[in-house]
Design a protein around this ligand. Structure first.
Ligand SMILES: C[S@@+](CC[C@H](N)C(=O)[O-])C[C@H]1O[C@@H](n2cnc3c(N)ncnc32)[C@H](O)[C@@H]1O
Length: 429
């Protein structure tokens, strides 16, 4: 397929997402099944167009004066992909899969200067979240929003139980992987421009052998900050598919014990295969059932709460969630986080450490939740995050990452990672 056919397909997929309110990944898959002639390169390009349209949906719509699927996709071509009036006229000529060629008005609109646009439009965030973002980032909040509207890198974590980062880099040399800046076992492949394809690393033999996992560098950093040590008893209370569990096991060198629990059996399901592939021998999965964790009360050295959250830190990867988020959903997540923190503290022994993690950048889910927890549980003190950083990551904590309440907030703009929050609390001993 040439560019116009791909633009037409992206318009179709975006319309499907809107009309049927279905997730983007589902709509893209359905389009692929209905159009089997399209190759992997076409499907990747169409996916990039759709995701880019949603990443910068507010600013594209503002420039074009419309948020129709056609306006958004043409905006991506002209504002993000470097197409011009001339290149599009040439590409559209004689392509029978082409949508109607862009009009002069559409081409002119794409060049609109956004300097006078409202800040939430320039930040490409929902307007109702502007006050929260301003509270989190001060005068930089528009740039932080823009950072979350870019394309993410593909990050891997070398599994120290089986391989060194050098071995993984060698195995994936065809994708030109590079070491990450912060995470010591991290490897990254920056996102390419336009129709660049994301490397399919999971078909690599190194992946099948458990040498590495796909894990954003930010997720690796907060897992390291959780500070699990060899020989400890650790509860991963929201283990999900086990992303953090695997990282904790590697840090612990397979010594001690991790209890991996999640209240959702379906989310937990992939963990068994992942633990096996990664060679993890010190994790015990606790399936959700009444009393599943009763025997752990008061015994844990460390409890990791990788809490359910709005996922605002992952907007680059799932930009549709940015526009679907509502104040009601945020309030629901806050209530879940409060309940989880209250539950988690009961499993700690005196002197044990609670690591509270979210992939959100909103203070309502981060510092505010910890402040409410501490008010209700005066026996907890916040651990020095700069010291935790030094001992987990060997370097000094970069400026500007600490939050007012003593947590830490990573963002695409600050650290080139997904947005993550981490706060460490010690129970009085
Ligand atoms: C952010 S995800 C965890 C991701 C996972 N730790 C990882 O690194 O791959 C949050 C998880 O919390 C789980 N969860 C929500 N409420 C819970 C509860 N009350 N108890 C335990 N798990 C819960 C969800 O099912 C979800 O899997």
């Amino acid at each position: 397929m040439r560019l116009p056919g791909r633009l037409a397909a992206a318009i179709e997929v975006l319309a499907d997402v809107e009309q049927r309110r279905r997730p983007v990944s589902e709509a893209l898959k359905a389009w692929g099944l209905d159009n089997r002639f399209a190759g992997a390169g076409d499907r990747a390009a169409i996916g990039n167009l759709v995701y880019d349209a949603l990443r910068r949906r507010a600013s594209h719509a503002f420039a074009m004066g419309s948020d129709s699927p056609r306006a958004l996709v043409l905006a991506v071509a002209l504002r993000d992909w470097g197409e011009t009036r001339e290149s599009l006229v040439e590409a559209f000529a004689g392509d029978r899969h082409a949508p109607e060629p862009p009009s002069e008005a559409e081409i002119a609109a794409a060049a609109t200067d956004l300097a006078a646009a409202p800040p939430a439009i320039r930040a490409d965030v929902p307007e109702w979240l502007a006050p929260s973002l301003e509270r989190a980032f001060g005068p930089d909040w528009v740039e932080e929003g823009q950072g979350m509207a870019g394309r993410p890198s593909l990050d891997l974590r070398a599994n120290a139980l089986k391989a060194s980062p050098e071995k993984v880099v060698k195995s994936l040399a065809r994708f030109s992987p590079q070491p990450t800046f912060i995470a010591p076992f991290g490897i990254t492949m920056p996102a390419g421009p336009r129709d660049a394809r994301t490397p399919n690393v999971t078909t690599d033999e190194g992946y099948q052998k458990g040498w590495f996992e796909v894990q954003d560098q930010g997720s690796q950093v907060v897992a390291a900050l959780a500070g699990a040590r060899e020989g400890e008893q650790v509860l991963d209370l929201c283990a999900g598919a086990g992303g953090k569990t695997l990282a904790l096991a590697a840090t612990m060198g397979n010594r001690g014990q991790i209890f991996a629990y999640d209240s959702d059996r379906a989310r937990l399901a992939p963990i068994y295969e992942r633990l096996k592939r990664n060679g993890v021998r010190n994790a015990q999965v606790r399936a959700p059932q009444p009393g599943a964790l009763d025997d752990l009360v008061g015994k844990m050295d460390r409890v990791v709460v990788d809490a359910p959250c709005t996922g605002t830190g992952t907007w680059r990867r799932r930009p549709d969630t940015k526009w679907k988020l509502t104040p009601e959903l945020l309030a629901q997540r806050q209530a879940e986080q409060a309940a989880l923190l209250a539950e988690a503290q009961a499993y700690l022994r005196p002197g044990g450490v609670l690591a509270y993690i979210t992939c959100s950048i909103l203070p309502e889910e981060n510092d505010d939740r910890v402040a409410a927890f501490r008010a209700a549980h005066p026996g907890f003190e916040t651990l020095d995050i700069a010291q935790a950083w030094r001992s987990a990551l060997i370097t000094d904590l970069p400026d500007g990452l600490a939050t007012p309440a003593g947590g830490l907030c990573l963002t695409p703009r600050r650290t080139g990672t997904d947005g993550f929050y981490c706060h460490l609390l010690r129970k009085a001993g």
